[in-house]
Design a protein around this ligand. Structure first.
Ligand code: ZN
Length: 254
């Protein structure tokens, strides 16, 4: 069986022991999307993999891929950053766990998307920098859904088509992935969540601003309480799966 050697930048999304000495690791890579690989001797080898394959580590990764096999062989890993701050702060860790779970749910092996990689890296770097964990979850989910083709529309009422107006009152309609104005509210069916105009403007900016300017957005407690449960529920409806780490994040909203 022939094999190809590859090098890329990767972030560890999952790690589990395999037998006594090996580890099975799932990465999100910059060039090839999500991949799963076996790191032979990772639990024994002192040098090659020591402290490099921890959750959320950002690595330069070399691996070999055999044709007709979905599992790759991890050859070497060099740390860019361990993001140790995330693993030593419970709030950052909870947020990163939600991000990791949603990304594992939402992506398919071997389909690379640079935007997704950059978003993941931005989210982990922001958590490591101790920025607001709930704000990062909100922005991450919103932009991930957008990248995957599920962009919510905050620019007009999805029923009457009228353009967003700060003097109007709106709710988010999950099935329409968009806003519904107060006049149309009675005429639609499905889950509605009220959003203040301030929250809507923030969400719009979080979708459209460049990644390196997102730290300028300041979500109030109310804006987070309105948008994060809405995005969780929207994500559940997209993937038709429970998001287990939501429970821990929800506690932070209380
Ligand atoms: Zn309307």
């Amino acid at each position: 069986m022939s094999s190809i050697s590859r090098e890329t930048t990767a972030i560890v999304l999952n790690s589990r022991d395999h037998g006594e000495s090996d580890k099975i690791i799932t990465f999100y890579t910059r060039d090839f999307g999500k991949i799963t690989g076996i790191a032979k001797g990772a639990n024994k080898s002192k040098k090659r993999f020591l402290n490099k394959l921890e959750l959320f580590s950002h690595l330069a990764l070399s691996y070999q891929q055999k044709t007709h096999s979905s599992l790759v062989f991890v050859i070497e890993a060099e740390l860019h950053s361990s993001f140790i701050e995330i693993r030593s702060n419970i709030e950052s860790y909870v947020a990163a766990t939600l991000i990791r779970e949603v990304l594992l749910l939402a992506t398919v092996e071997g389909e690379g998307d640079l935007k997704v990689f950059n978003l993941l890296h931005w989210a982990l770097q922001s958590l490591a920098d101790q920025r607001s964990d709930l704000e990062i979850c909100t922005v991450f989910l919103l932009r991930l859904f957008d990248t995957l083709g599920y962009r919510p529309d905050f620019s007009h009422c999805c029923r009457c088509g009228n353009t967003f107006d700060v003097a109007e009152q709106y709710s988010f309609l999950q099935v329409g992935a968009g806003l519904v104005c107060s006049r149309c509210k009675e005429k639609v069916e499905g889950t509605l969540r009220d959003l203040s105009t301030g929250t809507i403007r923030l969400l719009h900016s979080a979708l459209t601003d460049p990644l390196d300017r997102l730290h300028r957005l300041k979500f109030s407690r109310q804006a987070i309480r309105q948008s994060l449960p809405m995005l969780h529920s929207y994500g559940r409806s997209i993937f038709q799966r429970d998001i287990h780490s939501w429970k821990a994040v929800k506690k932070r909203l209380a």
